[in-house]
Design a protein around this ligand. Structure first.
Ligand code: FDP
Length: 345
């Protein structure tokens, strides 16, 4: 007899029976997954769906809260996630990369106990060129006694996340999820319309020979980052004693997915261009959910100086430097920063 496939629904019901999630969190994950299926369909249609290109009226680009030009698919994905999550009764509020402020669930619907943050379509610059993009999400508890959450109620460290995940829209559509008990991958069966468990308990190899970074920023990096990557590039003749390969998709979801699958280190360090903002990537709906997934798969995630999940957010759209992936390699990158800081006194 062939082994029965485990759908996301069955996986979540079994997590609930094991006491690891409650029905409300189960519904929340199911709703996000359903929204991701819709986004996957829109991304897959591309030019045929009329969804490529910039959002906004002719000649008038639409700019989001981050000051970045929005793509039509950014806007559409945001709307799909907002609409899907409004009425189920599982959320108290939502926040998105594409919105200035968080939104409480409208009064006409019951409010639940969770807060959802998302980057509806990460890797925007890859949308129009048919390269993998994805949705990233993070789930927090709404603080006790709060019925109408505002931005301040979302400002919880990543260690408070109760679930996190991403959905990568590539050659396959894959949802990767943690509810705090391992990191699991589900592949969308496009004919059936179901996410099927394809890897239970992803493990990131502790050591790696592969790094991901935008090398064109090298001259803007801080000294310890220059030294760290300099030593990687010197290969087996340098202090690291081994040759490294480089991969940079420039969609965080795709780079992290590769690292969860076969190891590596992903880094978007501080550089003099992004330093005034604190970094390039957003803590609450990019770095934290990825850090949770990576730690649950045996990897590590850091700002270069502190564990990512311990960072206390100061704003919904706060940015941070990011180093994540194979544990020993992240520790090596952090050591360069700490040694440098100690020497600088
Ligand atoms: P994008 O701006 O295209 O949305 O989230 C930001 C992000 O992509 C990440 O997905 C990606 O890792 C990084 O920025 C790409 O940065 P570069 O443009 O510097 O390559």
């Amino acid at each position: 007899m062939t082994q029965a496939q485990i759908s996301l629904t069955r996986f979540l019901i079994e997590e609930q029976r094991a006491g690891r999630i409650n029905p409300e969190l189960r519904l929340l994950v199911e709703v996000v997954a359903r929204a991701c299926k819709r986004i996957s369909i829109a991304v897959g249609k591309g030019a045929l769906g009329g969804v490529l290109g910039e959002a906004g009226e002719a000649g008038q680009a639409s700019i989001n809260v981050q000051g970045e030009a929005q793509k039509k698919l950014d806007v559409l994905s945001n709307e799909i996630l907002l609409e899907a999550n409004a009425w189920g009764g599982h959320l108290a509020g939502l926040a998105s990369e594409e919105m200035d402020h968080s939104q409480p669930i409208p009064d006409v619907y019951p409010r639940g106990n969770y807060l959802l943050l998302f980057d509806p379509l990460d890797g925007s610059s890859n949308i129009d060129v048919n390269v993998s993009v994805g949705t990233i999400f993070s789930v927090l508890r709404c603080p006790e006694g709060v019925t109408t959450p505002d931005d301040a109620h979302f400002l919880q460290p990543g260690s408070a996340q109760v679930a996190a995940g991403y959905c990568v829209y590539g050659p396959q559509t894959t949802l990767v999820l943690t509810v705090g008990h391992g990191t699991h991958a589900f592949t969308l069966d496009r004919e059936v319309g179901s996410f099927i468990l394809t890897t239970r308990g992803m493990r990131i190899p502790e050591e790696t020979r592969e790094f991901a970074v935008n090398l064109s920023n090298q001259r803007f990096w801080e000294t310890p980052m220059q030294q760290y990557v300099g030593d990687l590039l010197r290969g087996k003749d340098g202090p690291r004693g081994k040759d490294f390969n480089m991969r940079w998709v420039a969609s965080m979801v795709a780079d992290v997915h590769r690292i969860l699958t076969r190891g590596g280190i992903f880094s978007y360090p501080l550089d003099s261009k992004c330093a005034p903002k604190g970094g390039k990537l957003r803590l609450m709906y990019e770095a934290n959910p990825m850090a949770f997934l990576v730690e649950q798969a045996g990897g590590a995630a850091s700002t270069g100086r502190a564990r990512m999940l311990d960072v206390q957010p100061t704003g919904l759209h706060m940015r941070v430097p990011v180093f994540l992936g194979s544990k020993a390699e992240v520790e090596a990158a952090v050591a360069y920063h700490l040694r440098h800081d100690a020497a600088a006194g």
